[in-house]
Design a protein around this ligand. Structure first.
Ligand code: TYC
Length: 106
């Protein structure tokens, strides 16, 4: 009988139980902030263009931001959320609107 077969306590046993070492990636909220100058229809256009919202959802989110000061556009992985924020701010600046958008870890 080999060392391995004796009593299961030998030091040469094969580890069969796998322990998951990977964590689920953190998710990030993309938030839109209110201001007094960005036109409402521009905000709706942003929500339609970058967040795949329906016209109704986009208007609802825009009004929620307008009334409460902040609103949720969507939840994404860090890379996607960061890209959306850059796209929104870039688009707003090109149109000379002060619209602000940010991300927050969920
Ligand atoms: N408050 C803006 C206005 O009255 C509209 C607005 C809504 C601006 C949402 C930004 O994220 C925003 N024209």
């Amino acid at each position: 009988m080999s060392e391995d077969q004796k009593d299961g306590q030998g030091k040469r046993g094969v580890l069969t139980k796998t322990r998951p070492k990977t964590k689920k990636p953190s998710m990030y909220k993309v938030l839109m902030l209110n201001d007094d100058y960005t036109p409402m229809d521009f905000v709706v256009h942003i929500l339609l263009s970058y967040f795949q919202k329906s016209e109704e959802e986009a208007v609802q989110i825009m009004l929620n931001v307008h009334q409460t000061g902040i609103g949720l556009c969507g939840v994404y992985s860090f890379e996607v959320a960061e890209t959306k924020v850059v796209q929104v701010i870039d688009s707003a600046r090109r149109a000379e609107h002060p619209l602000q958008c940010t991300l927050e870890k969920e």
